[in-house]
Design a protein around this ligand. Structure first.
Ligand SMILES: O=C(CO)COP(=O)(O)O
Length: 248
């Protein structure tokens, strides 16, 4: 069976009630490809509001959560809380969490394990920095980041989407070329076949993220191993609909 195209919008720390209503109306009024799964990644404070105002055909994701269910973790939110307000997904291991907030591979893995245990679906992000790419370490880095997730995911790969987001392409306007992205996605699939299973390698969806726009989405979506996108800036704009529809 083919992998269903999946497009995430990561709003990051953007949006207020007015802008959020505009984004949701744009999605409601747009004619969205029924063969594409759509997930919007919303600032935690708006999760409940967005979940109740957005059609159920669109998934709602938190952008982070802590690894424990509850307790003395001031400022954090938990997987059970995300579930409680009706959201279905969480984005974990985003490069901004890894770099700005110092999240290690092992912390990301602990968060992934806890989120999956609570039946949240997870978009798990990986990707190399410019320096790592230029020193020929892209595969080493994305394999290391993925390896840390394997025990955390266990047999729950059905609830995981991998997002390959080269850090140098995020918010820079420097999109990876379709060939650069395809090469890493194909290497990841090969690594998964060798280190997890042929079935997981074949079935797991791998999104590309980093300066995706309506202008470059079609060419990227045509690549064999690119199964969707994780979109930052453009997910706040009307062109997000065109990105969702880029595959068909
Ligand atoms: O980080 C991203 C999505 O998670 C990508 O952000 P941009 O699309 O703004 O480059």
């Amino acid at each position: 069976m083919g992998r269903k195209f999946v497009v995430g919008g990561n709003w990051k720390m953007n949006g207020d009630s007015n802008q959020i209503n505009e984004i949701i109306n744009n999605l409601k009024n747009g004619s969205l490809d029924p063969n594409a799964e759509v997930v919007i990644g919303v600032p935690a404070i708006y999760l409940a509001q967005v979940r109740s105002n957005t059609p159920k055909t669109i998934g709602v994701a938190a952008q982070n959560c802590w690894k424990a269910d509850k307790g003395a973790f001031t400022g954090e939110i938990s997987a059970p809380m995300i579930k409680d307000v009706g959201a279905e997904w969480v984005i974990l291991g985003h490069s901004e969490r890894r770099t700005i907030f110092g999240e290690s591979d092992s912390l990301v893995a602990e968060k992934v394990a806890n989120a999956l245990q609570h039946n949240l679906k997870v978009i798990a992000c990986i990707g190399e920095t410019l320096e790592e790419r230029e020193s020929g370490k892209t595969e080493e880095v994305v394999f290391r980041q993925t390896k840390a997730l394997v025990p955390a995911i266990g047999d729950k790969w059905n609830n995981v989407v991998l997002a390959y987001e080269p850090v140098w392409a995020i918010g820079t306007g420097k999109t990876a070329s379709p060939q650069q992205a395809q090469d890493v996605h194909a290497s990841l699939r090969k690594w998964l076949a060798e280190n997890v299973s042929a079935e997981v390698a074949q079935s797991v969806r791998i999104q590309y993220g980093g300066s995706v726009t309506a202008a470059n989405a079609k060419e990227l979506a045509a690549c064999e191993d690119i199964d969707g996108f994780l979109v930052g800036g453009a997910s706040l704009k009307p062109e997000f609909v065109n990105i969702i529809n880029a595959k068909h």
